[in-house]
Design a protein around this ligand. Structure first.
Ligand SMILES: *Cc1c(COP(=O)(O)O)cnc(C)c1O
Length: 431
């Protein structure tokens, strides 16, 4: 292979900078296989009973995993659920939402953060994000507060905590609850506490794509006894047990089956032990990648705010097309051709058809067209200018979580970026 071919961009006919495929990230090992087999020997794959009985709270592995999570995250309660989507629904039900209440949420998140609000016939209100962390901007939150606002759903997107001090002080001022969707940030820290544990309720996803997983699953964390009990009720057919329990507050005591099984919890116990190691190695890779990229003009590496640590679910970059001289999408195309699998868009939830057309339950616009909805909430393009602009022009994501990478692999990735950056003059002519 000639030097010329090596130096020429793969997109323009040269050779790829990265010839090999990276192997996929896999957090599951021998420990999990042994733990699963132990549960299999007992024949008890779930012990939950949906009536008032000592098994209302689940079997031995459920309880052991919940205890381990409460200890790890240093919260009074940890409650397992069969997905984090279920966890968000349980959390929002537990704070006594009324139909038509408004919950302020980020548009830059996985869709379940907002649909969990709609599940209680409450209204998602999208506030804009801050460019540094991609998390909800407290100033925009404050602008979106109305007499109908009941809660803020803060998402610690990509693994960096939201600005919890600012959000908690807004919550206190307006008597709101804060729920933290820390699905992508287990093990990240904020002022010495784990992300997700600063809010009234927080929690993590255990789906296959997250730092640690149980196939599907989720964990709710809270220090509040009352909220914890209401989430446990919603998890397991609340309506069937509130009578026997003498519970007077029936608000949102429509229960579900959100129960996580014994096998998943046995896996979770082993996965949790590995979490600190996974986070540490990911931080090392991310730091190495950031060091390699930070000097490239027009490229912003992830920002880690003071007193925070990042869990790097994603390694989010921002490109400045004005400095680089070509559009973000073309940069992405050139990097992908070299073998670096970057993505160009994340989420602008308010622009999804469901919000644009305001059609959720049935076909007639419920809940927005119903009398429970207090006002005409806008989801028009333009309500979240920062999130929209970043998605269209600047965001470049690299999924550190997707591959099992070594420092040498990171060097190859850095080399690919440098190759693209040193060929920008040729890329600008590409059509
Ligand atoms: C993964 C994820 C969810 C949903 O979690 P599931 O366990 O898949 O239901 C919610 N919010 C965010 C930010 C996520 O990344």
């Amino acid at each position: 292979m000639s030097d010329a071919s090596l130096n020429q961009l793969a997109l323009l006919g040269g050779s790829k900078a990265i010839a090999q495929e990276f192997s996929p990230y896999n957090s599951i090992g021998e420990e999990e296989r042994i733990a699963v087999n132990e549960v299999m020997k007992t024949g008890v794959l779930s012990k939950f009973l949906g009536c008032w009985h000592e098994d209302f709270y689940g079997g031995p592995k459920v309880r052991e995993f919940e205890k381990a999570c409460a200890k790890y995250f240093n919260t009074k309660h940890a409650i397992t659920v069969n997905s984090w989507t279920s966890g968000l629904i349980a959390a929002l039900g537990a704070i006594d939402l009324e139909p038509g209440d408004e919950v302020i949420v980020s548009p830059w998140t996985m869709c379940a953060s907002a649909t969990a609000i709609l599940h209680w016939n409450a209204i998602p209100v999208f506030a804009d994000i801050e460019a540094e962390t991609f998390n909800i901007n407290p100033l925009s939150v404050e602008k979106n507060i109305t007499p109908y606002t009941k809660a803020i759903l803060a998402v610690d997107i990509f693994g960096h905590s939201s600005d919890m001090t600012a959000l908690m002080s807004i919550a206190e001022k307006h008597n709101l609850k804060i729920i933290s969707d820390s699905a992508q940030a287990p093990g990240a820290t904020y002022k010495g506490k784990y992300a997700g544990t600063v809010a009234h309720i927080g929690g993590y996803s255990l789906n296959y794509h997250k730092h640690i997983h149980t196939g599907e699953g989720g964990i709710l964390v809270t220090d509040d006894d009352n909220l914890a009990e209401r989430m446990r009720l919603i998890r397991n057919h609340a309506e069937a047990v509130v009578g026997d329990r003498g519970i007077d507050n029936l608000n949102n005591m429509i229960g579900y089956n959100f129960r996580l099984g014994e096998i998943e919890c046995a896996i979770g116990i082993e996965q949790l032990k590995k979490l600190p190691g996974f986070i540490h190695s990911r931080q090392q890779l991310a730091n190495h990648l950031a060091d390699g990229l930070r000097h490239l003009p027009g490229l912003q590496v992830p920002i880690v705010k003071p007193e925070c640590t990042h869990a790097y679910y994603m390694f989010p970059l921002l490109v400045d097309p004005n400095v680089i001289g070509c559009h973000r999408d073309l940069i992405a195309k050139a990097l992908q051709a070299e073998g670096v699998m970057v993505s160009t868009h994340y989420q602008n939830l308010h622009l999804l058809p469901m919000y644009q057309k305001k059609i959720a339950y049935g076909s007639k616009g419920f809940p927005w067209t119903s009398e429970i909805c207090h006002r005409d909430v806008s989801y028009q393009k333009g309500i979240c200018p920062v999130a929209e602009n970043i998605n269209e022009n600047h965001y470049l994501g690299f999924g550190l979580c997707v591959y099992d990478l070594s420092i040498d692999d990171i060097d190859l990735i850095v080399g690919s970026f440098k190759k693209v950056w040193s060929n920008l003059i040729h890329l600008r002519d590409y059509v």
